[in-house]
Design a protein around this ligand. Structure first.
Ligand code: ADP
Ligand code: ZN
Ligand code: ZN
Length: 744
């Protein structure tokens, strides 16, 4: 092999294809797939990664590799996956390669002096493997002399078996000399062993009890066991229906057969409780990967999986890229969650990548959810994916009673507060009987909309079926999909009420009103302000858990990972906020949010009560949750997506252009839309450019263009090609998002 194909670490779209370099004879034996190399590029020296080797090149006048590091950072499988992601999501391959490299392993370039001048060299990163020294007795018959008290203590401490040097020191003080003396006499042996950072045991109380499976769980397990390699099984069951127990059993079977398993959970659900449940069952065979680990911990957890010591990997989105030998099973819990979509390049969706991995490597993929996404439901409907319902909670607790309160009626009846009659009475009862309640307040919309307080009307775009965003300046309403604009009406177009207002209240206002109307009822507030910092989320939950009676008040974050049996009442203060996010998924997300919150009520022996306050009581999501019939939502939503041409019936890409200069961004977005119009096949279409719903973030102006294609169309490939030759202009950046989760 004389030629190395190299992806260079330079984020220019024109350099997104591998460059060929000649391999000097002295480096030949060290060059293979995955090694970092130092290469010349123009007048510069840059870091690159070898993605392939070849005997000949069709590129003219090859330059030579200048240096190589010996540790390969990805294998052929990792490379193939990364290059597939780069193509699928129109991302730069260097960003995709970073996903499959061990955390913190990318080398840097340093200047070193050489023969009077200076030159560039590759330097390995500083994250290092740590060693533990282990002391053990190998000659038991020895008794140290009377004055050697410390030696006797050391031998006492070692009587039960090998002990870490660091532990001996912690217990007995400075013991090095004593250990050395014993070692010299051949009484003890000191060996080195890898110290694995981040190996903390789960909290006490995580029980490893293996329950007798219910018939529904049995069916699910049987299905997972018997589907063909590479298949997808959808576990469709409410919170508490025993999905996790099924995952645990499926993993057990994989381990028994000598394989490994990967479990993805949303970052926010990756709590000590969740991890504890896996540790309780599988002990230190479990590696955990998420973003809150230190670099060293992450590297060690990754290595534990890569060397085959940990055969169960539990992690957030990016754990999908851990190297796991013998992988047989991937589980994605809460597959509908937005956190599976990465928000920066490469903007991949973990579910879709897992699906590709499953198909190419013959791994079984299990998707669990109480509210499967429409994308997933559609593939179940077409028979492509296997579907197993878990229809009921495992425990005998009856499902909660859901009541819907029409806030427009309340308003007309003279109640102008944010607590309806029903919710007020329910809170009185919580206080009187010293029980617990959760009040759920949707994050105030990033963009505001107008809402009629008498009839609930919200102005919508005539062609996109999304809510129009209200802009105070100039008092206009805008559609952020197509750019449609109209003046804001002064009274409600439907009922002529003058109470057409901006919508939304913050948690602090609700907290204040709670304090004044229910003095003495403790309130724990949980929102972005009160939970910033490490462990903030858990601290708030623990504070609530410690109460015998009180209210937990929070934003969407409390809908997840909250599992206390003693919540009688769940109140949704304003279901309308998510209904009117200017996005085609608004209805689906409202449904998921309401289901999730409702799932928090009454998990003990008491039947829970859920009160949903809304100005739109016959919204399909509200109706479906109240009737305990998800089918109601899925049928109407499916029809509307089909009619309007949204996923899962079309494929979208959202290209966001941004920069400090509004004129430049406008011009570039218009040019890009034109170029796209010219290059797309006839059955695709382009919408926009329009201002992005978040049209300005920290003085950066944002516009976007939408591309729509038939399902399965190679939208990333076309975008990658178009963008490789598109010049956006000074200071304008272009960020393509294929299969966007939202269009903000
Ligand atoms: P999910 O993941 O769907 O929310 P879990 O697997 O966590 O459901 O189960 C909910 C609760 O029921 C847990 O406390 C679990 O230990 C318990 N559980 C699960 N399966 C069984 C079973 N077959 N018999 C009794 N208890 C079970
Ligand atoms: Zn009205
Ligand atoms: Zn529109």
């Amino acid at each position: 092999m004389t030629v190395a194909r190299v992806i260079v670490d330079v984020k220019t779209r024109a350099l997104a294809k591998p460059l060929d370099y000649a391999i000097p004879t002295v480096l030949e034996s060290r060059v293979r797939v995955g090694v970092p190399v130092l290469v010349p590029l123009g007048a510069r020296r840059v870091v690159g990664y070898v993605v392939d080797t070849a005997a000949v090149s069709d590129q003219a006048a090859l330059r030579e590799l200048e240096d190589v590091l010996d540790e390969s950072l990805f294998d052929e499988a990792g490379r193939d996956l990364a290059l597939w992601i780069a193509q699928e999501y129109a991302a730069h391959p260097i960003d995709a390669l970073r996903l499959v490299m061990p955390p913190g392993s990318a080398p840097s370039l340093v200047r070193v002096s050489a023969q009077g001048g200076s030159t560039w060299a590759l330097r390995k990163p500083t994250v290092k493997a740590l060693e533990d020294r282990v002391v053990e007795v190998i000659e038991a018959g020895y008794t140290p002399p009377g004055h050697a008290r410390l030696q006797r203590s050391v031998l006492d401490a070692l009587r039960a078996g090998p002990v870490l040097m660091s532990e001996l020191r912690a217990e007995l003080g400075p013991v090095s000399a004593a250990v050395k003396a014993l070692q010299a006499r051949g009484v003890v042996r000191v060996t080195s062993r890898r110290h694995w950072r981040g190996l903390k045991s789960g909290p006490a109380g995580a029980s490893g009890v293996r329950h007798e499976l219910t018939p529904a769980q049995d069916r699910a397990l049987l299905r997972i066991r018997t589907v063909a390699a590479g298949s997808v099984v959808v576990l469709d069951g409410v919170t508490g229906s025993g999905k996790t127990e099924v995952y645990l059993r499926a993993i057990e079977e994989v381990l028994d057969a000598g394989g490994s398993a990967l479990v993805l959970v949303p970052e926010i659900s990756l709590t000590p409780q969740t991890v504890g449940r896996f540790r309780a069952r599988f002990g230190d065979q479990v590696a955990v990967l998420h973003s809150r680990l230190s670099d060293g911990e992450r590297r060690d957890q990754w290595d534990l999986a890569a060397c085959g010591r940990a055969r169960v990997v539990v992690g957030a989105r990016s754990a999908l890229f851990a190297r796991i030998p013998g992988l047989r099973l991937i589980v994605i819990d809460e597959e509908h969650e937005s956190s599976y979509k990465q928000g920066s390049a490469p903007r991949y969706h973990a579910r879709d990548v897992a699906c590709h991995v499953a198909a190419t490597r013959g791994v079984t993929l299990v998707l669990g959810s109480a509210t499967p996404s429409l994308e997933t439901r559609e593939r179940v409907l077409t028979g492509e994916w296997s579907h197993v319902p878990l229809p009921a909670r495992v425990t005998a607790a009856p499902p909660p009673v859901v009541e819907v309160v029409d806030m427009g009626e309340e308003f007309k009846g003279g109640n102008r507060s944010m607590f309806s009659e029903a919710l007020s009475c329910a809170l009185d009862a919580v206080q009187d009987h010293a029980r617990k309640a959760v009040l759920f307040l949707n994050r105030r919309g990033f963009a505001s909309f107008l809402l009629c307080r008498e009839c609930g009307f919200v102005p919508e775009c005539p062609s996109c079926s999304v809510s129009l965003t209200y802009h105070e300046q100039g008092s206009v309403l805008r559609c952020h999909h197509c750019g449609h604009q109209e003046p804001a009406p002064r009274e409600c177009p439907r009922c002529s009420s003058p109470y057409l207002r901006r919508f939304g209240a913050g948690t602090q206002r609700v907290e204040a009103e709670l304090a004044s109307r229910w003095p003495g009822l403790p309130v724990v507030r949980m929102d972005a302000d009160t939970t910033s910092g490490k462990g903030g989320h858990e601290r708030a939950l623990m504070a609530f858990e410690a109460l015998t009676s009180g209210v937990l008040l929070g934003t969407q974050m409390i809908a997840k990972g909250l599992d206390y049996p003693d919540i009688d009442l769940v109140g949704v203060m304003n279901a309308d906020t998510t209904m009117h996010i200017p996005d085609f998924r608004a209805t689906e997300r409202t449904f998921q949010m309401l289901e999730q919150v409702a799932g928090r009520a009454g998990r003990g022996d008491v039947q829970g009560r859920v009160i949903i306050q809304t100005y739109w009581p016959d919204h399909p999501a509200v109706v479906a949750v109240a009737a305990r019939d998800p089918g109601l939502l899925y049928r109407t939503e499916r029809e509307s997506r089909l009619e309007l041409g949204y996923p899962p019936f079309k494929r979208l890409a959202n290209i966001v252009l941004s920069g400090p200069d509004a004129q430049g961004v406008r011009a570039a977005s218009a040019r890009l839309a034109t170029v796209l119009q010219e290059q797309i096949p006839s059955d695709w279409d382009v919408r926009g450019p329009a201002d992005a719903p978040l049209s300005r973030i920290k003085n950066v102006y944002r516009r976007h263009v939408l591309v729509r294609a038939p399902t399965g169309a190679p939208i990333g490939i076309l975008l990658g090609d178009v963008l490789a030759s598109f010049t956006a202009g000074q200071g304008v950046s272009v960020a393509p998002d294929v299969d966007p989760f939202d269009l903000l």
